[in-house]
Design a protein around this ligand. Structure first.
Ligand code: PMP
Length: 454
């Protein structure tokens, strides 16, 4: 049994300590909020009483405006698997900057990147965009054009970016979702027309039979989905791995109904294996969406597809467009990352380090008898504070000890660990992280476990 009063007391103490050591961020916030809405460029960067403003990153570390040094496990919402200012990327981007940074005409680097991605993901044709949002938005449109259908299917609680078709059944009032077999299409936040959110239908993760039943019912209503868009392992409820056989069943079902299977690898692509979750789990999706780690720290996105599906782009029926698509700086960084940074050795290092970190945290959970377990793949992982194994959004909402997750964030931030805020996030390691970095993380975790149970 965890003592909630004790946790609240520790959280208040840690909160004060963090605020006392980040007064420079506090002053910056006062200035920022006069001209930037809420003092931040994106609402996901909001924090009460103020966000932590960063100044620099190098290797596995970042520094905030107060000069606090932290080991970065946030890594830009899971993008910086290369670590900050990796020499190979700095070199490639510096050389490119002096040769012109934008033409809206293709350059050779985009061909090299496509060749590598085709090889790694087993999908022959690629296009580029500037974010994960654009990637999933265009992928859905391509799937709709290819199938001539309007409805899209997603997983309850999965995040696929901030366009209207994706902002459905994520972060919504849990009690309003209705029956598990007939989940309501609720929009995430205001400004999303109901006619649009109604076109996105969610089903629970790790339940292929429920997916098929919903597809059958949609078929009866004359609205078979154009696509199923999903992550192979959910990366926004901590980490939730697919149960054995689940992904294979989804492939079968989508094939059976002529539905395009989009595996959203914005978080997993290039971070869990050279060919992302597609390689790791041996998948054969019709489309893959990439972003984050693809650009080595520059804004990017990519869409891979079979020749058959991409035909609707090549024959001009879908306009897959964008002024900054395939931007030279991004492509130079992506090429350098693929050729020189994210090598087989790099993945071996990430796997070793993640194992080390997970084992260390597991030992502490056991030693202090805390409710939780670790889960992860390659560079990604988390401690899930729950007595029960979490397999989908429902079990996450019902079992997660959110207050322990939040306390862990405060402990991390006050002990030189820069961690992704929020109950839903995981750590991302970089190729520049070391065993020493992981040990610091484990020591921080032990201190928290000790204080909770003292
Ligand atoms: N898909 C997934 C799986 C994501 O995790 C995210 C971002 N966290 C996105 C899409 C959207 O990417 P972006 O923030 O670059 O638009």
């Amino acid at each position: 049994q965890i003592d909630k009063g004790r946790i609240a007391e520790l959280a208040a103490k840690e909160e004060k300590r963090l605020n006392d050591s980040t007064t420079g961020s506090g002053r910056m916030y006062e200035r920022a909020k006069k001209t930037m809405a809420g003092g931040v460029p994106s609402s996901y960067q909001v924090r009460d009483p103020w966000p932590i403003y960063l100044e620099e990153g190098k290797g596995s570390k970042v520094w905030d405006v107060d000069g606090n040094e932290r080991i970065d496990y946030h890594n830009g919402f899971g993008s910086m698997v290369q670590g900050h200012a990796h020499p190979a990327i700095v070199k490639a981007v510096s050389e490119r900057v002096a040769k012109g940074t934008h033409f809206a005409a293709p350059i050779e680097d985009s061909i090299v990147v496509s060749e590598a991605l085709a090889d790694r993901f087993g999908l022959p044709l690629w296009r580029y965009v500037n974010s994960g949002t654009e990637a999933t938005m265009d992928a859905m449109r391509i799937a709709r054009a290819y199938t001539g259908r309007d409805t899209v299917m997603k997983i309850l609680g999965s995040y696929h970016g901030h366009h209207d078709y994706a902002m459905v059944c994520i972060g919504v009032p849990y009690d309003d979702l209705g029956d598990r077999e007939d989940i309501q299409s609720l929009p995430y936040g205001a400004g999303i027309p109901k006619v649009v959110s109604d076109m996105t239908v969610a089903v629970p993760f790790n339940d292929a039979a429920a997916m098929e039943r919903r597809i059958e019912r949609l078929a009866e209503e004359g609205r078979l989905p154009a696509c199923v868009i999903m992550e192979a392992a959910m990366m926004n409820l901590g980490v939730i791995l697919p149960e054995p056989g689940y992904l294979e069943a989804v492939r079968e079902i989508t094939k059976k109904y002529g539905i395009v299977w989009i595996v959203d690898e914005v978080k997993t692509g290039l971070t869990v294996a050279p060919g992302g979750a597609t390689e790791k789990f041996g998948l054969s999706p019709d489309m893959v969406t990439l972003a984050k780690a693809l650009g080595g720290g520059l804004p990017c996105g990519g869409i891979g597809a079979t020749e058959e599906v991409m035909e609707v782009v090549m024959n001009g029926s879908v306009y897959q467009v964008g002024t900054y698509n395939g931007n030279p700086l991004t492509m130079a960084a992506a090429r350098a990352s693929i050729e020189h940074v994210m090598t087989d050795d790099a993945y071996a290092h990430l796997n070793m380090l993640n194992d080390h970190l997970m084992k260390g945290c597991d030992a502490i959970l056991e030693k202090y008898n805390l409710p939780g377990y670790t889960v992860g793949i390659s560079s990604k992982g988390c401690v899930t504070f729950s007595e029960q194994k979490i397999t989908d959004y429902e079990s996450f909402m019902e079992n997660l000890h959110g207050e322990l997750t939040e306390l862990a964030w405060l402990y991390a931030m006050n002990r030189e660990i820069f961690m992704t805020p929020g109950r839903e996030e995981e750590w991302t390691l970089s190729v520049q992280h070391t065993v020493e970095d992981a040990d610091k993380h484990i020591a921080m975790f032990e201190e928290m476990a000790h204080d909770i149970t003292a």
